[in-house]
Design a protein around this ligand. Structure first.
Ligand code: GLY
Ligand code: MN
Ligand code: MN
Length: 461
């Protein structure tokens, strides 16, 4: 947990950004896995962690914007709880850790919010994403779950995004720890990528590394020799020589800060010439994005520049043709990279995505694209000092997509469909680093995981 002052300052800044009413931040509850007391690993709500810091179930925070009063709602543990769980701090002690003076039992939250609703006061809440909190919010405010998304407070959403987008020094240190754990995960995976190894053995091993560094991975591990499936959570195959193993995985520190890296390794430890040619293009796109990312530059423009590196590399290989700028303008490269270059990262691996991706990644100046590929870009707006983002270009050969584009002659002026036949079983390559936007440029968070073909091969020896 950060020092008490950090949480006091964050709530103060939030209060300054909002006019009147009551801010209600719901913490998360335990979620049963197969019966009530057998629960999934607890993950606190990230907004609650940011403003109220306590990584504990069944809490809610209130900030009265008019009076300035802050209250933490939650129940003290009973002697029965303590018998099973061990000694627990009191609510007053917990609240003091984050600089909140007043606590009240959970049942009084109903009275408090009910009274505020009766008085016609504005209740500022973020869109709930868990069923338990949708039900709770319904009980508290009378607002049906189906209406909660549209009735969530836009001023609160905007204020949270403004604050959480800029990482302070303590947060960057946490992100560096997450990156160090991510490094360990990826190097372990590379060393294990040998023919005959079950993907699940590697996925389980690196999940354990994240856990040993504080928490489960920042998202379900993507690990597959079928890397052309972008989010492939199926780890059931046995690795075969000649395939590429794509691993997209990150750790989560004990304070819930994330890392998110992707590396692609040749099963057995040596790239073929064909693999290396495509790999070098993805690496060049990744390096180009890192060279360009700096304050004042839109990430939409960095995405486009990375796309141009990919299109020109594929043109040199004979898989694309025509004018590179025109191909990227037409979205032809998206046959090979049908996703965005990256996203915000922090407490959430896709930071603040619960608040709405357009609100997080776009603004009045830069609106989301509707073009296939670019439409999946989660962050398009101008970068600012203190942003933490990912840089994750890729090239994939997705047979179903190739067949569709070929049959429908989509971007046929820019694609050599006949040459693609030899790549149908190639798989996919993605190379993802995490970046901190600095005063005039950006820096990689953490030591760079082996990434050149030579570094990867040396690691796998
Ligand atoms: N969580 C997958 C990615 O965005 O890289
Ligand atoms: Mn990733
Ligand atoms: Mn990512």
């Amino acid at each position: 947990m950060f020092s008490q002052d950090i949480y006091i300052q964050r709530r103060q800044k939030l209060t300054e950004k909002l006019d009147d009413g009551v801010v209600l931040i719901l913490g998360n509850t335990d979620s049963p896995m197969n019966y009530k007391d057998n629960t999934y690993h607890f993950r606190q709500d990230s907004n609650f962690l940011y403003f109220f810091g306590l990584d504990i179930q069944n809490l809610a925070g209130i900030i009265d914007l008019n009076s300035g009063e802050e209250i933490l709602f939650g129940d003290d543990f009973t002697i029965d709880d303590i018998i099973w769980m061990g000694p627990q701090a009191s609510m007053q002690e917990q609240a003091a850790k984050v600089g909140v003076k007043k606590t009240m039992p959970t049942r009084q939250l109903f009275t408090y919010v009910g009274e505020a609703v009766k008085q016609g006061r504005k209740i500022h809440f973020a869109p709930p994403y868990r069923a338990e909190n949708k039900i709770l919010l319904h009980e508290l405010t009378g607002l049906a779950p189906a209406l909660q998304q549209e009735q969530a407070s836009l001023p609160l959403i905007k204020a949270i995004i403004e604050l959480r987008s800029i990482k302070d020094q303590g947060e960057v240190e946490e992100l560096r720890k997450a990156a160090a754990a991510g490094y360990e995960m990826h190097v372990a995976a590379m060393k294990m990528a040998m023919p005959g190894v079950w993907e699940q053995t590697i996925a389980g091993t690196i999940e354990g590394i994240s856990l040993a560094n504080g928490n489960p991975p920042s998202f379900p591990i993507i690990l597959s020799q079928n890397g052309e499936t972008l989010h492939n959570h199926d780890h059931s195959s046995v690795l075969q020589k000649g395939k590429l193993m794509l691993v997209d995985a990150g750790a989560q520190t004990d304070m819930c800060y994330a890392s998110d890296f992707t590396r692609t390794s040749p099963v057995g430890g040596q790239f073929t010439q064909k693999q290396r040619e495509v790999y070098e293009i993805v690496l060049a796109a990744n390096n180009q994005a890192t060279a360009l990312a700096k304050p004042g530059v839109t990430y939409m423009s960095v995405h486009r520049e990375a796309a141009k590196v990919i299109a020109s590399g594929l043109k040199a290989l004979g898989l694309m043709k025509g004018d590179v700028d025109a191909a990227v303008e037409a979205g032809a490269h998206a046959l090979f990279m049908p996703h965005g270059l990256g996203h915000m990262m922090g407490l959430d691996v896709h930071d603040m995505e619960d608040l709405g991706q357009t609100a997080v990644g776009y603004d009045d100046e830069i609106r989301p694209s509707e073009q296939f590929g670019a439409a999946s870009l989660r962050l398009g707006r101008k970068l600012q000092t203190g942003f933490v983002i990912t840089n994750e270009p890729g090239i994939y050969f997705i047979p179903a997509l190739i067949d569709k584009w070929k049959a429908e002659k989509i971007n046929a002026d820019f694609i050599n469909f006949d040459c693609l036949e030899a790549y149908r079983d190639f798989g996919g390559i993605r190379l993802e680093d995490d970046l901190l936007i600095t005063e005039n440029a950006c820096e990689l968070i953490g030591e760079r995981i082996p990434i050149t073909p030579e570094e990867v091969e040396a690691t796998m020896k």
